[in-house]
Structures are given as structure tokens and as C-alpha cells.
Ligand binder design. Structure first.
Ligand code: ARG
Length: 569
């Protein structure tokens, strides 16, 4: 239930207005407040405070209102009936589905074949996954696309590198028969070293570089040997990607289909583009001019083919859009990548719009900022290398382990991993996706403050109270105290938060809601004893009921972030 919306709509209906409800700083006098009198005073030509005095009794007539009062220049405070709050809270997590359910393609993860995952892949995975879960909970039909990088220069460099190490292998012959069985295995641990080694070597050896370019062209033309080799490392990469998905506890992708799959649609797209005369030659390459007269910033052309006639990141991305049209026919396609790809997506959206495959407004790019170290520069490992995704998780694990040891707790390694993952993911989600943030393993693993471990700890504690109690929880009406009231109202903000997070594409709202809810839960926990001997059974039963819906709401919120609540902490 969306309490805010319910009260808002009722107030507006009663007054014939459409004003936003406000949440008063001091909740003692009202659970909500409205500036309706101030807004209406203008047209009515009345003094706002006088008008408030007229309106206030009307609002008091609403069946769920206990009392109204006037504050300041004409605000009206609305205090809800305890009973209404109590009854509503039962439905706190029954979410009314979106009135306009959409089909949404979500492009995130987008890992690269045979290249280790870098730190940037963390944010796309975490934010994309949480957004996906939010959209699903609101009743949208989503499809997640892991648009893998598997068609470009890195593939060619890796093939060239293997050729350099094993020139005797048959894969490199032009007449390679795909039915040949070759006695050759790639060591998965070594695979990730091939790309950095090969690209370093290519920088120093122009011959190797241009050989790789040739391989790329022939690979894209369907060279059987290159393809057989590629299939080998593709499999290893897919396994690694799945492992990452498991480690990050994100939902499995609906499609692990990237550039290579998209390339199958290039001919269809080219036909559309040629018919509309959108492809132009440019210095040996072919481009789509996406610049508009109204542009103030530079808007380079979109590369359809490069100067060697090869497919590009641009062309396969446009083909991928076409593929999605054919596959899911989505109402929206949302991409989650590093902010630095903003220009690429602006170009893509324009090209897709010009081609008529989708409208410009069907697309969105959510660009995220950089994860930095304490020095404000992109986070590095101890040895000074750019951090990979695994490094981040390992660093967090080490920090949690140290804390656990220090505190004398005895937690198994699965629990430590769950806490470390929560630390990393929560911290990522709690920041505005567009801004950079500093990754401080010590801060994010603290059990206090705005951290993942604090959120989990609160949930674990509630679980333990609920488990320990032997009395039945009571759903009977019970006059609630102020702390109970704030908690229940916080719980009743779940649905509104969900909608805001979706509408604003702001996953940080979920993380911050989780934190606010935990604060309310902990205040309740301290001030409203449940299991203490002197608590009468009726109060205990009612508080257990509150604790249970608080736990359910928190657990749902935790699930949206893809975190796991450990059995103990
Ligand atoms: N594979 C790219 C990378 O690792 C991101 C791809 C994003 N998605 C897309 N459709 N271009 O940076």
C-alpha cells in the first residue's frame, strides 16, 4: 500500500485540488501536512491562514483522519488515526502494479569475452540488477541483455596471440575443416592474460597489429578456424561470467547475446539505412551523420564500418537494437554503462531514430560515475594495477574478516562473504549512480552507519527476535506509541519509494530507504521492548506483529538490492 498516495488523493479529492502532500519535520503534530490553503488562497483572494481555518475541519471529516491543526503561514497538519495506520500496515508490501506496464529491455553487465571484468562492470551489474528487480516488482515485463563484447579487436588479438604461441595448430589455416577434432585446451586461468599481453605486444609490433586487423576482418567474415578457436574461449568466458553473476548474486541474464549475435542483423539494418540514404562514405569508412543544426557540442558521425570495412561497436549496437525489436519489441531500452559512453549512446539513439527502428524517446542511457580510491583517482589494487571486479570483492572480504576477528565473533566464510558483498553492493547503490564515489573498504564494512552490514545486522536481529518468541503475534488493534507509529509509517512508505526509484531511475532511493527503515527499526527495538518479562502479552503480541511486518518489508528491500540475510551475524 502507498500511504502517501492514498492520503494525498483523498485530500485532493476532498478539496478539489491537486497539491503534493508534505512530510512535516516535526511529526508530533501531523503525519502529513498540506499547503493546499496557501495554494488556494491566491485564486480565492483570501488570507491563507483564514482559508486554512475553513479547510481544516473539512479534512478532519476524512474517515482516516484523527485531527488536523494549522501551522505557520497556513499549513494544515494531518494526524492519522492509529487504527488506520495499524490496519494499513498489514498491506504495506502489497504493491499495486504500475497502471501502464511496459516491456523494457535492460542492457547491463555487458561483459567482454576473454577479458577480465574490470571495476566498471561492478556498477552496471549492481545498478542494472536492482533496477530490473524494481521494474519487475512494479509489474513491468523486463528482459536483461548481457550485450557481450565478442566481435571486435580483442577477439582478433587473442586469436593472434594463440597463433603466436601455437603456430602449429590447424585453426589458422584457411581451409580449416570445422569437423576436425583438435587436441588443444585453453587454461581458463591463463585466458585473461592473453588480451593484455597481446595488446601490449601489438603496441610494440606494428606487424602483429596489422595481422590482428586482418584476423578481425576474416573472423567477421566467418573464418572457420578462427571461429572454432573462438568457441573454445567463449565457453570459458561464459562460465566465468556465470560465476560472476553468482558471486554478485544478481539475477541470471535473460540473454547472453552480444555483438556477434547482433552482427547477424547487420544486413537487414544496412538495407533500411541504404533505403533511407543514411550511409555515407567518409575517408574509406562508412558513417551515419547524426549531427543536427541545433547541436552546440561536437557530434561526430556514427561509424557504420571502419576504414577496413569491418563491423564496429557502433554498427553492432545499432544491429542489436534491431534484434531487440524483433525479439522483445520493447517499449523502452535502457542502457547502464560508464558515463564516458554517453556520446556513443546519444549517437546510437539518433541513428536508431533516423532509421525508424525505434523513436529517440524509447531509449535511455544511465551513465554511472567512477569508483575511486582514497586519492580520488580510479581505485587501484595494492600493487598499483587497475582493480578488477574480483579485487573489489576480495578487498571487502579481507576487511570483513578483519572486523569479525577483532570483535571475537565466530562467523563462517559464507556469512563473511554475504556481509562483504552487502558492503560493496549497498555502498554502490547508496550513491547517486551518476556521481563518482570513493571506495573505502574499512568504512563500507562497518557494522554501524549507512552500510550494508548495518542493514543486514538489523534484519538478522529482527529475525532472531521473531524466532525466539513463543507467543503468538497479534493483529488486533492496539493504541500505538510514537516510535511504533514512526516505524509503521516508514514501512508504509515502501511502495512510494519503489515508484519514485523507478520513475527517477534512482536505485539509490532503495538503499537509502533501507537505511532509514533500519534506523526506525532500531529505535523501535530500543524503546519498545518485546520479549522483556514485564511486557504484557497483548503489547508483546502487537509488537511482534510490528516486528514481523518490519522484517518482511526490510527483507523485500534487501532482496531488491540482491543481498542475502545471513542466519547470524
Ligand atoms: N562491453 C562494453 C564494455 O565493457 C559495454 C557494452 C554496453 N552495451 C552496449 N549495448 N553498448 O564497456
Amino acid at each position: 500500500m502507498n500511504l502517501y498516495k492514498y492520503v494525498s488523493e483523498s485530500v485532493n479529492e476532498k478539496l478539489g485540488t491537486s497539491v503534493n502532500l508534505e512530510v512535516p519535520r516535526n511529526r508530533e503534530f501531523g503525519d502529513f501536512a498540506t499547503n493546499a490553503a496557501m495554494v488556494m488562497a491566491k485564486t480565492a483572494g483570501k488570507n491563507p491562514r483564514e482559508l486554512a481555518a475553513e479547510i481544516s475541519p473539512k479534512l478532519a471529516e476524512l474517515p482516516f483522519v484523527a485531527a488536523t491543526s494549522i501551522a505557520g503561514p497556513g499549513f494544515i497538519n494531518i494526524k492519522l488515526k492509529d487504527e488506520f495506520i495499524w490496519d494499513s500496515a498489514r498491506h504495506a508490501t502489497d504493491v499495486t502494479p504500475a497502471a501502464d506496464p511496459m516491456i523494457i529491455d535492460l542492457d547491463y553487465g555487458a561483459y567482454n569475452v576473454a577479458k577480465s571484468l574490470h571495476i566498471g562492470h561492478l556498477r552496471t551489474s549492481i545498478v542494472g540488477d536492482t533496477f530490473n528487480r524494481i521494474a519487475k516488482l512494479l509489474g513491468h515485463k523486463t528482459y536483461s541483455w548481457n550485450h557481450m563484447g565478442d566481435w571486435g579487436k580483442p577477439m582478433a588479438l587473442i586469436i593472434a596471440w594463440i597463433e603466436r604461441m601455437h603456430p602449429e595448430l590447424p585453426y589458422f589455416q584457411d581451409n580449416f575443416d570445422p569437423n576436425t577434432t583438435v587436441d588443444f585446451e585453453i587454461n581458463p586461468d591463463e585466458l585473461n592474460t592473453y588480451y593484455p599481453a597481446a595488446s601490449q605486444f601489438a603496441r610494440e609490433n606494428p606487424e602483429f597489429q596489422s595481422h590482428a586487423q586482418e584476423i578481425k576482418a576474416r573472423f567477421q567474415d566467418g573464418h572457420a578456424g578462427y571461429f572454432a578457436l573462438y568457441e573454445k574461449f567463449l565457453q570459458i568466458s561464459l562460465d566465468m561470467m556465470n560465476d560472476t553473476v553468482r558471486r554478485l548474486n544478481i539475477l541470471p541474464f535473460d540473454y547472453d547475446l552480444g555483438e556477434r549475435n547482433a552482427a547477424k542483423y547487420l544486413n537487414d539494418v544496412e538495407k533500411i539505412l541504404r533505403e533511407k540514404n543514411l550511409i555515407q562514405p567518409s575517408n574509406g569508412a562508412e558513417v551515419i551523420v547524426v549531427k543536427k543544426d541545433t547541436d552546440n557540442a561536437p557530434m561526430p558521425p556514427y561509424m557504420w564500418t571502419d576504414s577496413r570495412g569491418a563491423d564496429t561497436y557502433d554498427s553492432t549496437d545499432l544491429a542489436a537494437v534491431y534484434c531487440r525489436k524483433k525479439t522483445d519489441n520493447p517499449d523502452k531500452i535502457i542502457y547502464f554503462t560508464d558515463l564516458r559512453q554517453s556520446l556513443h549512446f546519444e549517437q546510437l539513439f539518433r541513428a536508431a531514430d533516423m532509421s525508424g527502428i525505434f523513436k529517440y524517446s524509447d531509449f535511455e542511457h544511465i551513465g554511472y560515475g567512477t569508483i575511486n580510491g582514497a586519492d580520488g583517482r580510479p581505485f587501484k589494487t595494492r600493487d598499483g594495477n587497475a582493480a578488477g571486479l574480483d579485487d573489489i570483492i576480495d578487498v571487502a572480504n579481507t576487511a570483513v574478516n578483519a572486523r569479525v576477528r577483532e570483535s571475537g565473533k565466530n562467523l563462517d566464510s559464507d556469512t563473511v562473504s554475504a556481509i562483504a558483498l552487502a558492503a560493496v553492493k549497498f555502498n554502490d547503490l547508496a550513491h547517486d549512480v551518476r556521481s563518482d564515489y570513493i571506495f573505502d573498504p574499512n568504512q563500507i564494512t562497518s557494522f554501524e552507519g549507512r552500510t550494508g552490514p548495518y542493514i543486514l545486522y538489523t534484519a538478522v536481529r529482527l529475525n532472531s527476535v521473531l524466532k525466539k518468541s513463543t507467543v503468538a503475534e497479534s493483529e488486533n488493534y492496539y493504541p500505538i506509541t510514537s516510535d511504533e507509529r514512526q516505524l509503521l509509517i516508514g514501512i508504509l512508505d515502501f511502495e512510494r519509494t519503489l515508484y519514485s526509484a523507478f520513475d527517477n531511475r534512482a536505485t539509490d532511493m532503495i538503499a537509502n530507504y533501507a537505511y532509514d527503515l533500519c534506523q526506525l527499526i532500531n529505535t523501535f527495538y530500543h524503546n519498545c521492548p518485546i520479549l522483556r518479562d514485564d511486557i504484557d502479552p497483548a503489547t508483546r503480541g502487537a509488537r511482534l506483529h510490528i516486528a514481523r511486518i518490519a522484517r518482511d518489508t526490510l527483507a523485500k528491500t534487501i532482496d531488491l538490492m540482491g543481498l542475502k540475510i545471513p542466519a547470524e551475524m
